[in-house]
Design a binder for this molecule. Structure first.
Ligand SMILES: [Zn+2]
Length: 89
C-alpha cells in the first residue's frame, strides 16, 4: 500500500511521492497565512500514509515548498489543509 520506508517503529521517512501528495492537499502555510494555517503538516501525513499520529514521527527527505508562498514547509510547520474535513467558510 505504501512505499514509505520505515527505519524504526517510530520514524517514517517521507519520500517524494508522499511529499507531493501532501503538497497537493496544502493551500498555504503559517508563513503566508498565519490565521488559516492551523493544521500540523504531520496531521496531513497521517491521513496520506494512514499512520498512527501518536506513534509516528516524520522525517522529510526534503522540505515541501508552500504552494502559496514557496517557503519551505518542514516537519513541524503549520499549514492550511485544502483536502480534509475542516470546516470552510
Ligand atoms: Zn506559505
Amino acid at each position: 500500500m505504501q512505499d514509505n520506508r520505515i527505519l524504526t517503529d517510530r520514524v517514517l521517512i517521507v519520500d517524494r511521492v508522499s511529499l507531493n501528495k501532501a503538497q497537493a492537499q496544502i493551500a498555504s502555510c503559517e508563513k503566508c497565512k498565519p490565521d488559516l494555517a492551523e493544521i500540523l503538516i504531520e496531521s496531513v501525513l497521517d491521513e496520506i500514509t494512514g499512520s498512527n499520529p501518536a506513534s509516528t514521527t516524520y522525517f522529510f527527505l526534503e522540505p515541501i515548498p508552500c504552494p502559496s508562498c514557496a517557503e519551505p514547509i518542514t516537519e513541524n510547520s503549520l499549514v492550511e489543509w485544502d483536502g480534509g474535513v475542516e470546516l470552510k467558510v
